[in-house]
Design a protein around this ligand. Structure first.
Ligand code: NAD
Ligand code: UDP
Length: 329
């Protein structure tokens, strides 16, 4: 009999790719989402699969599931700086009340749970590249504090459920991941640049663009999540692509890739924007035998293809998300 996996954040970028992967691998998938930053278009192709069930639900509210569950993936959370700055209290709630509900569900169902943590737990890092034994440099009261501290709390409560209740837990510290189904106007750098190219606007580089990031293609990340879920390793593991680039170099690469004649314009650097970010993935290589396989040029080509084919109305909406209807307090 096929096993059942519950995926929170199923209508989001990463959650929807994970739903596809587990359906393809023969699992029954229960997707949960309240659509606050997600999009039904990301999962509607799954609605005619008898192995897919969808629950529209806010996981900060207790969740009842009748079926036995073997696994839970917790991917519900705003993930772009623009989103979590617009909905800071929701971000804190989903990383605290939301994970508490899902850990309770994992305990009741004797299911293994994997949580999506983030490189943001390292804050603006003083150690480079970042390895899992680095405790981070986080400003708890800065604008990113709502996300960073929610994710740090999420890691802490997950370890407490493992140690105190014996729940089987896995923690993925995910570094910047990109690909089809990112929301075009969520403000993250890759959809931002792609939208600008398609609308024939200049690319907005924040600050002087000397800050670095390391971008991982979604298929690689999904493979890493699967390997971690089925491994015996319960401490946090970095998952990301170690190939590091400055944002200004990345903007030039983007213009070349898309054969665009647009220019680069410089905008103020957001408060708390980390200067450097690059995962040390030695642990993932050793424990999971995992490393990324998709080059940035290949991943970016596939991603641009997706954005090019989006309906025009998505391209021209500056922010099509109405958060207010999802927020109760
Ligand atoms: P996303 O915004 O596309 O997806 C998040 C999904 O969670 C959305 O569909 C949203 O509607 C849903 N959601 C939010 N609050 C909810 C709630 N209370 N109840 C039910 N559903 C809720 O973001 P993403 O990039 O897919 O990120 C998914 C997860 O991965 C997040 O936890 C994020 O912190 C983590 N992560 C992502 C990246 C990345 O580069 N994409 C990097 C590090 C960590
Ligand atoms: N960035 C930029 N222009 C944009 C959006 C982002 O220069 O239009 C920069 C941003 O300042 C950051 C990097 O790109 O240094 C990555 O930003 P993103 O929001 O994608 O992710 P995060 O900062 O969370 O890593």
């Amino acid at each position: 009999m096929s096993k059942t996996i519950l995926i929170s954040g199923a209508a989001g970028f990463l959650g929807s790719h994970l739903c596809d992967r587990f359906i393809n691998d023969g699992f029954k998938v229960i997707g949960v989402d309240n659509f606050i930053t997600g999009d039904i278009d990301n999962i509607k192709h799954l609605f005619n699969s008898s192995n897919f069930k969808f629950l529209e639900h806010d996981i900060t509210v207790r969740l009842e599931v009748k079926e036995p569950l073997s696994y839970i993936l917790h991917f519900a959370s705003p993930a772009s700086p623009i989103d979590y700055l617009k909905i800071p209290i929701h971000t804190l709630k989903v990383g605290s009340l939301g994970i508490h509900n899902l850990l309770g569900l994992a305990k009741a169902k004797k299911a293994r749970i994997l949580i999506a943590s983030t490189s943001e737990v390292y804050g603006d890092p003083l150690v480079h590249p970042q390895s899992e034994d680095y405790y981070g440099n986080v400003n708890s009261i800065g604008p990113r504090g709502v996300y960073d501290e929610a994710k740090r709390f999420q890691e802490a409560i997950t370890m407490a459920y493992k140690r105190f209740h014996g729940v089987e837990t896995r923690t993925a510290r995910i570094f910047n991941t990109y690909g089809p189904r990112m929301r075009l106007n969520d403000g993250r750098v890759i959809p931002a640049f792609m939208g600008q190219v398609l609308r024939r606007e200049d690319l907005s580089v924040f600050g002087k663009g000397i800050q670095t990031r390391s971008f991982c293609y979604v298929d690689d990340l999904v493979n890493g999540i699967c390997k971690l879920l089925f491994s015996d390793y319960y401490l946090p593991v970095n998952l990301g692509n170690p190939e590091e680039i400055t944002i200004i170099e990345f903007a030039h690469e983007m213009l070349k890739l898309t054969k665009s004649n647009q220019k680069i314009c410089f905008k103020p650097l957001p408060d708390g924007d980390p200067l450097k970010r690059q995962p040390d993935i030695s642990l993932a290589k050793k424990e999971l035998n995992w490393q990324p396989a998709v080059s940035r040029s290949e991943g970016m080509r596939k991603t641009f293809e997706y954005f090019k084919n989006l309906p025009k109305e998505k391209l021209y909406k500056t922010d099509h998300k109405d958060f207010s209807k999802h927020i109760k307090s």
